[in-house]
Write a protein that binds this ligand. Structure first.
Ligand SMILES: [Mg+2]
Length: 376
C-alpha cells in the first residue's frame, strides 16, 4: 500500500438566517460554516481524512508531503515522529501539520480495521455531550433553545457571558436555570481570553454568582496571561474554573496546573498541536486529577476527532458539541454522511475503522471553494 496523493479541500456552507455573531468576537458576523478537509489517498483504495488543511501559516506543506508521505506505506509511518518532525515544527502554532496527523490516524485505523480511540488506548465508548452555544441573545431565546436542546437529547448546555455587565449575564443564567431546573447542567463561558474586558473583581463576582446557581464550571474569566488572577478566582470558589482553549503545546498547559490557575484544561484539538499533543496534555492533567476537555468550535468532523481523543483518555468527562440557533446542528454535520446523535445526554464514539464515519462527498464537492492536490 502506497500513499499516492494528499488533498486539502476548503469550503463553506451558508448559515441560514443571516449568519452567526460570536459572543467572543463582538461586531463580527460569520456567514459560512467553514470546513477544511485533508485527504490522503492510497493505491489500495483506502483513503484517510481529517479536519484542516496543509497550507497553514507560512508553511505550505508540499515539500514535507513529497518527502515524508508520498510513496510510503501508511502502515510503516511513525505518526508521532512526523507530527513533531523538525521540518514541521511551528514558527507559530498554526504551522504544525495537524491535518496530516488527523488524516494519517484515520488511514492507519482503516488499514488496521480499528477505531482511532482504541488504537490510542481506549477508555470508554461514549461520553457526556454538552450543547455549546455561542451567541449572546435575550433570556427568552436562551430558554427556548435550552428546551430545544433537552428535546434533542442534551443534559448539559453552555451559555456565554459577554454582556455589558456581569449582572446582566447572571440574570440570563438564572432565567435559564429557573426554566429548566435540574434537567440541564449549565456551564458558562466568559471568553475573556480574547479581548478581555472583565476586571478581577468582575471575574470573582461572576464565579460566586454562578456557583450559587449551581453552574458546572466558569470558563475563561480572565486573560490567560493573568495566571495569578485566575488562581485567585479558582481559590475563591468550589466551582471549577476552566480554560486555555487558545494555547499551544503541552508545556504551556502544564504551567496552568502548576500555578493553580485552572481546574479544567480545554486544549483545542487543532490549536494545541494535534491529537498526540492533546493526549500529552491529558496525561499532565491526570497527574493533577484534572479533567482535560477537547475544545471545539467548528463542523461535525472536528467534533468526531474530539470524541475519539476524549474516549482515548481516562479524564475527559465532557464533549463540547457546537450547537447554537445560529450555528445549527444540521449545517454543522452536512459534510458527514450521518449527523452526530445525542441520546440521553451521551454521544457514542463510532466504532468502525479510523474515525468510523463517512463524509458526504456530494455536499463537500458542492461547497468546495478551493483545493490543493499534491500527488506522485
Ligand atoms: Mg470557550
Amino acid at each position: 500500500m502506497k500513499i499516492t496523493a494528499v488533498r486539502s479541500i476548503m469550503g463553506g456552507i451558508p448559515i441560514p438566517g443571516g449568519g452567526f455573531a460570536p459572543a467572543w468576537w463582538p461586531g463580527q458576523v460569520i456567514r459560512d460554516l467553514w470546513f477544511t478537509v485533508c485527504v490522503i489517498e492510497t493505491d489500495a483504495g483506502i483513503t484517510g481524512f481529517g479536519p484542516g488543511g496543509f497550507r497553514t501559516g507560512g508553511w505550505t506543506g508540499e515539500a514535507f508531503i513529497r518527502k515524508h508521505l508520498l510513496g510510503h506505506d501508511p502502515r510503516t509511518l511513525d505518526i508521532g515522529a512526523l507530527a513533531e518532525h523538525p521540518e514541521s515544527l511551528p514558527m507559530a502554532k498554526g504551522n504544525r501539520p495537524v491535518a496530516l496527523e488527523f488524516a494519517l490516524w484515520d488511514l492507519l485505523g482503516k488499514a488496521c480495521g480499528q477505531p482511532v480511540y482504541r488504537m490510542l488506548g481506549g477508555y470508554k465508548d461514549s461520553i457526556k455531550a454538552y450543547c455549546s452555544t455561542g451567541s449572546v441573545t435575550d433570556a427568552g431565546s436562551h430558554i427556548d433553545f435550552a428546551h430545544n436542546a433537552i428535546e434533542r437529547g442534551y443534559r448539559a448546555i453552555k451559555l456565554r457571558m459577554h454582556r455589558a455587565t456581569v449582572d446582566d449575564d447572571l440574570a440570563v443564567v438564572r432565567a435559564v436555570r429557573d426554566a429548566v431546573g435540574d434537567r440541564l447542567e449549565i456551564m458558562a463561558d466568559a471568553n475573556q481570553a480574547q479581548n478581555p474586558y472583565w476586571t478581577r473583581a468582575d471575574a470573582l463576582r461572576a464565579a460566586r454568582g454562578l456557583q450559587e446557581l449551581g453552574a458546572t464550571w466558569l470558563e475563561e474569566p480572565l486573560a490567560m496571561h493573568d495566571a495569578e488572577g485566575l488562581a485567585m478566582v479558582a481559590g475563591a470558589v468550589d466551582m471549577p474554573i476552566a480554560g486555555a482553549e487558545n494555547e499551544y503545546g503541552m508545556p504551556r498547559y502544564a504551567e496552568f496546573l502548576m500555578r493553580g490557575a485552572l481546574d479544567i484544561l480545554q486544549p483545542d484539538l487543532e490549536g494545541c498541536g494535534g491529537l498526540l499533543e492533546w493526549r500529552k496534555i491529558a496525561a499532565v492533567c491526570e497527574a493533577y486529577r484534572a479533567p482535560c476537555l477537547g475544545h471545539v468550535w467548528n463542523n461535525g468532523l472536528v467534533v468526531v476527532v474530539a470524541l475519539h481523543a476524549s474516549c482515548s483518555v481516562p479524564n475527559a468527562p465532557y464533549l463540547e458539541v457546537t450547537d447554537d440557533p445560529f450555528w445549527p446542528a444540521r449545517e454543522r454535520d452536512l459534510i458527514m454522511a450521518e449527523p452526530l446523535r445525542v441520546v440521553d445526554g451521551m454521544v457514542q464514539v463510532p466504532t468502525g475503522p479510523g474515525w468510523g464515519i463517512e463524509l458526504d462527498w456530494d455536499v463537500v464537492r458542492a461547497h468546495t471553494t478551493s483545493e490543493v492536490v499534491v500527488r506522485i
